[in-house]
Write a protein that binds this ligand. Sequence first.
Ligand code: PMP
Length: 361
Amino acid sequence: MGSMITPQPGIMEIALYQGGKSEIAGRSDVLKLSSNENPLGPPPSAIAAITAAATETHRYPSTDHAGLRAAISDVYGLEADRVICGVGSDEVLQFICQAFTGPGDEIIHTEHGFSMYPILAHMAGATPVQVAEVDRQVSVDNILAAVTERTRVVMLTNPGNPTGTIIPESEIERLADGLPKGVILVLDCAYIEYAAGHDGGEALARSRENVIMTRTFSKLYGLGGLRIGFGYGPKALIDVMTRIRQPYNLSVVQLVAAEAAALDLEWAKTSVEMNASERARLTCGLRQQGIACDDSHTNFVLARFADEGEAAAMETAFQAAGILVRKVGGYGFPEGLRITVGRPEDNDRVLDAVAKFKDAS
Ligand code: PMP
């Protein structure tokens, strides 16, 4: 007899999230370039704050995140009551799906959008709707054509992951203008700090009634292991999301570390500058070896090989050299490997492994 216990609709549709690998059996010199982390590590200011907070961990954390929201509001010039903080931007995206969608509703995401979107849609009982991109670029026309009366949310990853491409602000505005007012446009800007000259449509999250921007401390701010992100948008929507946020979702340690990191503008500047020069060098070095890559606006490069076989062989060669990169077949790029931009010596190691691979083949 089958079990009498049945999960909520949609849950069994969820394909488990595949994180980047972090180990190669038997090696201690692994270079992890598979999860777009800051290769410089956590900011020393955050490490000091974490250490100092150790003696306060018998206390419950703040329920309103006032200190962190004030820091975010100072640094970005945002109003604190339009900011909500979560366990990574993943949780902020979850608040949006859970608070505003349910069974029968549709959540649009684009072909190469972040793989958590369909998971979050199913968690809320909603239906994810995938829209094709054109030459690895988000197509606003395709998104608008996919909108139905069931659409509640449109998720836009900008810059894209794993494509690394960017949607110009004018196109985001055209999308915001073209959507029905009852549809929430989410600007998932996990990598926006790396996109020189772009703000991901921040002005829309400040001025429109239906636009929310999400940001993270996991990438530029070097705190992926602590899990902190935030959303910024209209007060009315933030109020709704706050009702489903657990009061103690962020720990004492998460709060102080993120606050210190947000205020550490020097660290952010150094990290962005190193990424920009190294990204250019990595892109150029890969292209010189005949590997196709678009200009990236992030802290990773999508390397496109001749076919799936060559990408698999290159991944094996990287592993033999102790380097972990991300296979992105599940994101629609069987011929692709996503390589996080590392420190100069890391990228030397990558380019060296590629040169040896090409020489041998
Ligand atoms: N959005 C995008 C596009 C991402 O790549 C990631 C992390 N892989 C996230 C959101 C979530 O990041 P976090 O939960 O660590 O803030």
